[in-house]
Structures are given as structure tokens and as C-alpha cells.
Ligand binder design. Structure first.
Ligand SMILES: Nc1ncnc2c1ncn2[C@@H]1O[C@H](COP(=O)(O)OP(=O)(O)OP(=O)(O)O)[C@@H](O)[C@H]1O
Length: 421
């Protein structure tokens, strides 16, 4: 054994005259969990089919262990490679138990029947996939999610060394997705697993290696962190996603960067002074309403800074725990001068961010809206010995408006855009 469990060399596959895989070369290490990702129709299922010899390539080779896949008998290959197909429709009235027992067929002689050991292996496969309670049910009379788990049990009953899974969790609810993938993860490293995923986050969490495909080709291979980047996602899936590192798992995860709303005529330039999570909803709503939004000055480790950057909003930022620099204040001052409106959220104000309010006090020109859920327009907490409260009170005396909710703010700015006077 080479340490490589399954590999392809320059694999070409086509359906009729349509090339679907072109010169695919991958090597899957024994005992690893590989996730294949890619847009619809890029060839993921076809690659799995080639790896299980369901289809023959036009050119190139598939190796299982040290041998070319064609060198195995069907029966021998089925003892090594188990596959769970994407299409789970089963039309014959077999019981769940019978379906799972089919997984033992490659091990049975022509006339021999199942041994005690075969039954025990099937029971174990059903236990770990939580399908034992369905044993006597007809496969045609259980839910799609249950059927998916039964087909995984059948593949496990083959006691394969390689498990190929085509969207193993597509019919499963979130609880069963995690349960089934945890079970499959638990089979590693005794079993080498190759799975097609549509859920990038599940692949990132469960897989050691991710293969990103793009129209018949492999675009990237590597650790989830190396492959799941905003650039790769944008280029391959054609969608803007926010890619972050999960604070607990250390794995990448993606969330959509939802579209800003349709472009509006004469958008307002709106600056948001926020912090500590008070600004996220406002930033999102103002951007969705089509305004040109800026934010800051914010500390780089503030969740509002993360939210602004995730939304593609220009943000004036300082390194974590650094005071607001002269340079940032200049930039902030220039933005305030150019803004049509400034929103101050009901954030906590302390020595680290009081300069935001001090600077704003000097800028009478833009419309100022003090947004707080209690409608008072005050700071959530004032850690400045009253200075922040005094500045906000002064702004109100000079015409700043109190706003009690984000929808009210959006409506107020819409009115302002329609009638700047
Ligand atoms: N049996 C077939 N005959 C002809 N064309 C096919 C056949 N199966 C798949 N195709 C085509 O081959 C291409 C690759 O299909 P494949 O199922 O491998 O893609 P996929 O990446 O798994 O897609 P999805 O994410 O939608 O499941 C697609 O354009 C598809 O329409």
C-alpha cells in the first residue's frame, strides 16, 4: 500500500460527445475525509461514478490501492469501495433490513447464506446509522431522510475501506446532518471517505481536504482553510460570500453577503458611529436601502467592524485596543464633512471611543440622528464621567433627532432623500 488509497490519472469522462471530466488527477490519502465541492453540473457525481467504476473513462486511469480499478472483479471491488448514490429512490418493496443485508452480498458465495457474523455486521451498521428501529419497514414507506440513512447503513454493511458519498445529507434535517456526518467522520481513519457536498460549511467542518471543482476541472485542492476563500468562492460559484474563521472550530465558514437593495436615485451618504454590536442591523438596513454607508472609527476587533467589512462598507478602523489615531480622526472628520447624515447608535462610550463624539460635536453640518431602542438617544453606558452624555444632550439641543428603531430610521432617511430641506 502506498498510503494513497484512491487516485486518478488524467481522467477524461464524457456523456456522448459532451466532455464532463477533463484530465482529472487527484490522490486521496488512506484514512482521510475528502469533500468535493463545486457548482451544479461541474462533474462531482461523475467523478464519484468513475471512482466506483459505474462509468468508464474515455482516457486516463483510476487506481484503488496499488491496482488499476479495472483489475478488480465487481465482487472484490464491492468489498473495498462502498457507494451511497445521490438518487435515493428505491421502488421495490424490500424491508430496510433486507436492503442493509444487500451490503453483505459481495462476501457471500453463490449458494451460501448469511452467517452470524454477517447479521452482526448489518445490525451494527443499522445501529450506528440509527436505522435499527426501521428494520421491518418497507423502504418505499419511509421518509427520504430515513432512506438516506438506510443506504448509508447498506454501504457500511459492505465494510468498505473507501466510502463514496454523493450529497450524503441532502435529505436530512440539521440534527441528522450533523449526526450522520459525525458517524461518517468516526469511521475515519479506518475508512477513507470521499463525499460530494453542497453545504460548504459542513465540508469545511468535517473534511480534512477539500477539492473544489469547476466545469470538468479541479480548481483547487487543499485544507478547508486554503481552499474555502472568498476569492475562490466568488470565482467558482459566482457569489460574494463572507468567509470567516469559526471562533470555536478554527475552520472556515461562509455566510452570504446579501445583495444591497436596488440602486436608488440620489443615495444619501450616511455615516454610522457605532460599536459593540449596536451597529450591525443599522449598517445592513441602510446599505439595503441603497445609501452610501460608511462606519467608524471602530476597533478592528469590534463586531460592528466585522459586520461593516462583511457588508463591504468602508470603515475607519484602528488596531485592537489602540486609541483613535490622529490619522483616523482626520479621515473621520473628512467623511463627516461629506456626509448627508450621521447616525449615532446607543453604544457604550468610554475613553476608547469618546473621540468619535468629540469630533462630531465640531461638525454641525450633517443631519445627526441618535438611534437608541429606548428612544432617548442616549448612550447605553457612559464611562466618560458624563462627557458623552453631555455631548449627546448638546447635539439634541442643536437639532439632532432621536430615533427609536432601525425601520423608523430607514423611513426617516427615505423622507430626507425625497425632501432634503
Ligand atoms: N447520464 C447523463 N447523460 C448525459 N449528461 C449527463 C448525465 N449525467 C450527468 N450529465 C451532465 O454532466 C454534467 C455533470 O453532471 P454531474 O451530475 O457529474 O454534475 P454535479 O457536479 O454532480 O452536479 P450537481 O451538483 O447538480 O449534482 C452536467 O452537465 C450534467 O447535465
Amino acid at each position: 500500500m502506498t498510503g494513497i488509497m484512491i487516485r486518478t490519472e488524467e481522467l477524461d469522462v464524457s456523456y456522448g460527445t459532451k466532455p464532463v471530466l477533463e484530465a482529472i488527477s487527484i490522490a486521496v490519502k488512506e484514512g482521510s475525509f475528502i469533500g468535493i465541492l463545486g457548482p451544479n453540473g461541474c462533474g462531482k457525481t461523475t467523478l464519484l461514478r468513475a471512482l466506483s467504476r459505474i462509468i468508464d473513462p474515455d482516457a486516463g486511469s483510476v487506481y484503488v490501492g496499488d491496482r488499476e480499478i479495472d483489475g478488480y472483479s465487481i465482487r472484490e471491488l464491492a468489498t473495498i469501495v462502498g457507494a451511497v448514490p445521490q438518487e435515493t429512490a428505491v421502488t421495490f418493496d424490500f424491508t430496510v433490513e433486507e436492503i442493509v443485508q444487500m451490503g453483505r452480498h459481495p462476501y457471500l458465495g453463490r449458494l451460501s447464506s448469511m452467517s452470524e457474523e454477517d447479521y452482526a455486521i448489518c445490525r451494527h451498521a443499522m445501529e450506528i446509522t440509527n436505522t435499527a428501529y426501521l428494520a421491518g419497514s418497507l423502504i418505499t414507506e419511509i421518509s427520504g431522510g430515513e432512506r438516506q440513512r438506510v443506504l448509508i447503513a447498506r454501504a457500511l454493511a459492505q465494510t468498505p475501506r473507501v466510502l463514496l458519498l454523493d450529497e450524503p445529507t441532502s435529505h436530512l434535517d440539521i440534527n441528522h446532518q450533523i449526526e450522520v456526518l459525525s458517524i461518517i467522520r468516526g469511521l475515519v481513519p479506518e475508512v477513507t471517505v470521499i463525499g460530494v457536498f453542497h453545504d460548504i460549511n459542513l465540508a469545511a467542518y468535517f473534511c480534512d481536504t477539500v477539492v473544489l471543482m469547476e466545469r470538468a476541472h479541479i480548481a483547487a485542492v487543499g485544507t478547508p482553510a486554503a481552499v474555502i476563500t472568498d476569492r475562490n468562492i466568488r470565482e467558482i460559484f459566482g457569489v460574494d460570500m463572507i468567509v470567516r474563521t469559526h471562533p470555536i472550530t478554527g475552520r472556515p465558514y461562509v455566510v452570504p453577503r446579501y445583495d444591497s437593495g436596488p440602486p436608488v436615485d440620489h443615495p444619501l451618504r450616511v455615516h454610522v458611529v457605532c460599536g459593540g454590536g449596536t451597529g450591525g442591523e443599522t449598517l445592513y438596513a441602510l446599505r439595503a436601502a441603497g445609501h452610501e454607508v460608511t462606519a467608524g472609527v471602530l476597533s478592528a476587533n469590534d463586531s460592528d467592524c466585522t459586520a461593516a467589512e462583511g457588508l463591504g462598507i468602508r470603515v475607519i478602523r484602528e488596531p485592537p485596543f489602540a486609541p483613535i489615531s490622529h490619522h483616523s480622526l482626520e479621515e473621520y472628520s473628512a467623511i463627516l464633512s461629506a456626509s448627508d447624515a450621521v447616525i449615532v447608535t446607543g453604544m457604550s462610550v468610554g475613553p476608547g471611543n469618546i473621540d468619535n463624539l468629540r469630533e462630531l460635536k465640531c461638525h454641525a453640518r450633517p443631519r445627526i440622528f441618535l438611534l437608541s431602542s429606548d428612544g432617548t438617544g442616549g448612550a447605553d453606558q457612559d464611562y466618560t464621567g458624563g462627557e458623552a452624555t453631555a455631548i449627546l444632550d448638546g447635539l439634541l439641543e442643536n437639532g439632532a433627532e432621536r430615533i427609536g428603531s432601525v425601520p423608523d430610521l430607514v423611513n426617516r432617511l427615505a423622507a430626507l432623500r425625497a425632501d432634503p430641506a
